[in-house]
Design a binder for this molecule. Structure first.
Ligand SMILES: Nc1ncnc2c1ncn2[C@@H]1O[C@H](COP(=O)(O)OP(=O)(O)O)[C@@H](O)[C@H]1O
Ligand SMILES: [Mg+2]
Length: 320
């Protein structure tokens, strides 16, 4: 069984986990557009491909799948998830399973305003969000929202261009500099992250790992501690089933006054997944089990509380 990891970047650990799991049963292939993406060199075999928005990209992925008997493919970056979801049938026709949610769901997750609307329409607790700054100003006048607020790109990732904003002048400045921004009420609370595996066969969330974030660095969880709360597990279970998510996902949650607020979903391996794996929550194993035609049994919360993750830098030295 061969697995292909697209846009592997510096996610060496993910490549390593799949290699550990497959051992002699198959190979891990990886791609990136940058020859200096270190995770490439962790893989059994790698390919340098065009950028995802360049002509010929998807055809180069199809060729790799066909020539290397790839059973399953997934990506580690957000802008590629829609591409995989849109070409799901083409992948299946060549015998490769794309590990991704449907394009409808991926589209909602990729657009923070659509996610707000989805949550609101389904009566979840929500973080008040505006796409229209005039509507926001009018709500400020009405006393429905007040400064500070949080401004971020609608398709943001890795905490790029996020801003806590205290005045109309700052809002105007940001909107004049950047397109596609959203304004949110500023949340002061504890942040949590959830890594979830939704069984590809049963559609059930079979595994969940939740952690309290202690420190963030470059938009990724840098230090965190494992926690367990039945109320949080229940919320996530209900949410992922309603949204129809599948495979590996990562959810950001805020807690304010004992209430949980779902903030955003990345329908792929999150940057903090090594915490879950190191605590015994093995998504590669579950994924391979699914690919072998077996349903996974439900193991929600099968880990210990109070396990800490502390990230540190590593280097890859190689001739290329
Ligand atoms: N409404 C908000 N209020 C306060 N902080 C926020 C808010 N939204 C996001 N943040 C902070 O910014 C970070 C990045 O925002 P997020 O929506 O998760 O985007 P990204 O896709 O960049 O991860 C969050 O982890 C959180 O620390
Ligand atoms: Mg986030």
């Amino acid at each position: 069984m061969n697995i292909l990891i697209l846009s592997c970047g510096s996610r060496n650990k993910i490549v390593e986990y799949f290699k550990n799991e497959l051992k002699t049963k198959g190979k891990v292939f990886a791609t990136d557009c940058d020859v200096l993406a270190p995770a490439l060199y962790e893989a059994d075999q790698y390919f340098i491909v065009p950028r995802i928005d360049e002509d010929g990209y998807i055809d180069s992925v199809f060729s790799i799948c066909k020539e290397n008997d790839i059973q399953a493919v997934f990506s580690l970056i957000d802008p590629e998830l829609n591409l995989l979801a849109n070409y799901a049938n083409e992948f299946e026709n060549i015998g490769t399973i794309p590990i991704v949610s449907s394009s409808k769901v991926v589209d909602i997750c990729y657009n923070k305003y659509k996610m707000f609307e989805f949550l609101k329409n389904n009566e979840f607790n929500t973080i008040q969000t505006y796409i229209n700054k005039e509507q926001f100003y009018s709500d400020v006048e009405l006393g429905l929202i007040s400064y500070p607020v949080f401004i971020k790109p609608i398709h943001g990732s890795a905490s790029i261009n996020i801003n806590k904003v205290g005045s109309k002048e700052e809002v105007e400045l940001l909107f004049s500099k950047y397109n596609n921004l959203i304004i949110q009420e500023y949340i002061q609370g504890v942040e949590y992250g959830a890594d979830v595996y939704i069984d590809l066969i049963s559609g059930e969330p079979v595994s969940m790992f939740t952690k309290k974030k202690i420190k963030m660095k470059s938009g990724e969880t840098d230090k965190s501690v494992s926690v367990k709360d039945k109320k949080l597990f229940e919320l996530i279970r209900y949410f992922v089933k309603l949204a129809g998510l599948r495979g590996v996902i990562d959810v950001d949650i805020f807690e304010v006054n004992g209430e949980y607020y779902i903030s955003e979903v990345n329908p792929r391996f999150g940057g903090g997944y090594p915490h879950a794996y190191g605590s015994g929550v093995n998504f590669p194993k579950m994924l391979i089990n699914n690919l072998q035609g077996n349903v996974n049994k439900i193991e929600i919360g099968d880990y210990n509380e109070g396990i800490y993750m502390m990230k540190y830098g590593e280097v890859y030295i190689s001739k290329i």
